[in-house]
Design a protein around this ligand. Structure first.
Ligand SMILES: C[S@@+](CC[C@H](N)C(=O)[O-])C[C@H]1O[C@@H](n2cnc3c(N)ncnc32)[C@H](O)[C@@H]1O
Length: 271
């Protein structure tokens, strides 16, 4: 797999710069995708819920707070100090353990084995692997911080159907055999194998563009499999309820109930 570690500092700087805007968009509980696609499926794959969870790239802490309300002791980490600051200011009254941690840095990852609550009963990383310049350090080092056989559940923009900024949404008018006119939406992918660095936005209007690191399913899972992980759970949720009222905008993921914009996967290390 290509190494984009040179772009890690640039990526973290963009996340720092966009932190306030991102935090506004996420709110306390996460945005519509988080609440309907990411969190329920992540929670499902985390069952039975362990008493301790390590979160990588926690952003403004939306999922950490949800886990905490469910009685889990959470150690939440992110590489961006501004994201952690936003997380802290939204988490008054919660007993969460926050650590600034660059998930591409092996020596920082190694310290997790000695962190409070380690070894953890699970690790989680929501919607961030495509934002992280290098994922092999995480696959190498996470097992040292986890109970043997504990799950690592991650959600990600679906590498096949939603591979970052290159995805094109379309809407077409179709004449049916019985003479009706209907409209259908879909995605057009022209470069699934064009992996690596792209630039784009996570939220329309954010102050600065950010790097994305698109990896094919083969690249992503091979990197994990080669390091002793096995895949033992997967979800590919789509927006089936019409979305969050964005229906005015007809060219939207809200109108694709049969195409998953997100993938959630569970890995376990064989030890
Ligand atoms: C799309 S946000 C997801 C945040 C949160 N998990 C959520 O679901 O709302 C991506 C996160 O990845 C973090 N990130 C990017 N590169 C990182 C790195 N090298 N180490 C740790 N976190 C990183 C960013 O700071 C940002 O908080």
């Amino acid at each position: 797999m290509a190494d984009y570690s040179d772009h890690n500092a640039e990526s973290l700087a963009a996340w720092d710069q966009n932190a306030e805007f991102w935090d506004e968009a996420q709110g306390d509980e996460g945005n519509y995708w988080q609440r309907t696609l990411v969190f329920p499926n992540t929670l499902d794959l985390l069952q039975p819920l362990p008493t301790t969870v390590l979160e990588i790239a926690c952003g403004n802490g939306n999922f950490a707070r949800q886990l905490s309300r469910l009685g889990v002791s959470v150690t939440a980490t992110d590489g961006s100090s501004a994201q952690l600051q936003a997380a802290l200011s939204r988490s008054e009254g919660y007993h969460l353990n926050w650590i600034q941690l660059d998930a591409t840095d092996r020596s920082q990852l190694a310290t997790l084995a000695g962190a409070r609550h380690a070894p953890f009963g699970a690790a989680v990383c929501n919607m961030a692997l495509m934002d992280i310049a290098e994922v092999t350090p995480l696959f190498d080092m996470l097992p040292l911080a986890l109970v043997e056989g504990a799950p690592f559940v991650f959600s990600i923009l679906h590498p096949t159907f939603n591979p970052g900024p290159q995805v094109r949404l379309f809407r077409e008018r179709i004449e049916t055999p019985d003479g009706r006119l209907i409209e259908e939406s879909g995605v057009r992918i022209t470069g699934y194998h064009d992996t690596g660095l792209q630039y784009g936005i996570a939220v329309v209007g954010q102050p600065t563009i950010q790097p994305y690191f698109h990896r094919t399913l083969t690249e992503l899972f091979s990197a994990a499999f080669e390091r002793g992980w096995v895949l033992d759970g997967i979800r590919e949720p789509a927006i089936i309820d019409g979305g969050d009222g964005d229906a005015e905008q007809r060219l939207s993921w809200d109108h694709m109930p049969s195409i998953p914009p997100v993938m959630v996967a569970r890995l376990r290390h064989r030890g």
